[in-house]
Design a protein around this ligand. Structure first.
Ligand code: AMP
Ligand code: GLY
Length: 423
């Protein structure tokens, strides 16, 4: 089978690494890919936003299955375009992608289908939002409706902060069109856990859980990033909670999508808060998490290709449930100094050859090739991932490899997974 993977980060590297080790794969292309991906797939210089060019490429190269990594092309309608052209693709269509692309739509959906989640209000004008915030209970959460690369959420401790967030989004347009509408919601307290299911629109399989570390600094402080590290499984998710998530979250989501006439084929990622009243959904994403994919995929012991193929093809019920190892996996993200703010590119990465182990994989995120060297080309540069019989050993192993790698300004958190260990 000829496969095209759309994207160029650690998540796509992890997908391709697993696909490459899966029988039945004849050739893998990746658009645009990165320097690490280029070692195992043919990278093509087409951006993830160039959806017509991606379709032309897939047709020309007779691609049997296209797998979409990031959310933006899904929200843009890449799946609708491929489906019209009768090209097999994994991911939700434009309507389904609203679960991530519009927080207001997602909240209304959650309410309609009785999913456990925070109470909320939607505002289209800053004046009305301001009036509401004046007499609201604090802390409160202000969210830009549209895609804002994980930065459109403000936890406001008090009215001035909430008002400033609303003004920034709605008036100053800090996130462009994404902030013309805002969602204001109840603040939920608890520990976060990421839950995933893969569906073909009819059947779904839950994937292992994970926890990510969104904040830039140790102790989960500082501004949010795309994710500075992750581990799987999430220790707080007991088998009972997992069962509850299946019954109270994934089953009703799928039924709701069907009711809305949405043929959703792909990953449903539920970012949840474990509150004293049980799991509540904070947000949905319509794709694998990054870096969560980097700790989930190494634990897959059955082949990846049939799983993704049958999900895209609507034939998941033909397949045995995927098998997962009982091991723990940890990913430590090495980032460019300054990320998630401004940072410099083009720093030579040393030590990749030394950072090898049978129970680890260094996934590339923002890397490029200059002459014979690997250089940095993004905010998140590498996802150093290790797995072992227990979390402690996996963490130790991941940091052992991180210490062998070096580039000017490299930054990483030293506490990935530690909260789980202290439990
Ligand atoms: P989201 O993009 O909606 O997941 O929000 C980003 C982050 O903001 C989440 O990972 C949580 O840490 C936090 N967050 C979002 N919604 C809430 C909420 N209702 N209560 C508390 N924290 C929240
Ligand atoms: N790591 C969070 C995300 O992929 O959205």
């Amino acid at each position: 089978m000829r496969v095209l993977v759309v994207g160029g980060g650690g998540r796509e590297h992890a997908l391709i690494w697993k696909l490459a080790g899966s029988g039945g794969v004849e050739k893998i292309f990746c658009a645009p890919g990165n320097a690490g991906i280029a070692l195992m797939a043919e990278c093509v210089p087409i951006g993830t936003g160039e959806i017509s060019s991606l379709l032309n490429f897939a047709r020309e190269k007779k691609i049997d299955l296209t797998i979409v990594g990031p959310e933006a092309p899904l929200v843009e309608g890449i799946v609708d375009l491929f489906r019209e052209a009768k090209m097999l693709i994994l991911g939700p269509d434009k309507n389904g992608a609203r679960l991530e692309g519009s927080k207001a739509w997602a909240k209304a959906f959650m309410q309609k289908y009785h999913l456990p989640s925070a109470s909320f209000k939607v505002f289209d004008d800053p004046q009305t939002a301001g009036n509401y915030l004046e007499q609201a209970k604090y802390p409160i959460v202000v969210k830009a409706d549209g895609l804002a690369a994980g930065k459109g959420v403000v936890i406001a401790e008090n009215y001035p902060v909430a008002l400033e967030a609303v003004q920034g989004m709605m008036v100053k347009k800090a996130f462009g069109q994404a902030g013309t509408r805002v969602v204001v919601e109840e603040y939920l307290q608890g520990e976060e856990v990421s839950l995933f299911a893969l569906t073909d629109g009819q059947t779904y399989f839950m994937l292992p859980s994970a926890q990510d570390h969104k904040a830039i600094y140790e102790g989960d402080r500082g501004p949010n990033t795309g994710g500075m590290g992750a581990y799987s499984p999430a220790g707080i998710l007991t088998p009972e909670l997992r069962e509850a998530a299946s019954k109270q979250i994934f089953a009703p989501v799928l039924a709701g999508l069907q009711q809305e006439g949405i043929d959703y084929r792909g990953v449903i990622y539920a970012g949840c808060m474990l509150t004293p009243e049980g799991l509540k959904v904070l947000e949905f994403n319509v794709r694998f998490g990054d870096p969560e994919a980097q700790v989930i995929l190494p634990r897959l012991t059955s082949p990846l290709l049939p799983l993704l193929f049958h999900a895209a093809n609507g034939t998941l019920n033909n397949l045995e449930p995927p098998q997962w190892s009982a091991q723990a996996a940890v990913c430590v993200v090495m980032a460019s100094g300054g990320y998630p703010g401004e940072y410099e590119l083009g720093k030579v990465i040393y030590g990749l050859e030394e950072a090898r182990s049978a129970k680890a994989m260094v996934f590339h995120a923002g890397t490029a090739r200059r002459d014979n060297l690997f250089v940095t080309s993004g905010g998140r540069v590498l996802g150093v991932t290790a797995w072992d019989d227990n979390l402690q050993e996996a963490i130790r192993q991941a940091y052992r490899l991180v210490e062998r790698i070096n580039f000017a300004g490299a930054y990483y958190r030293r506490d990935i997974g530690y909260r789980a260990l202290s439990r």
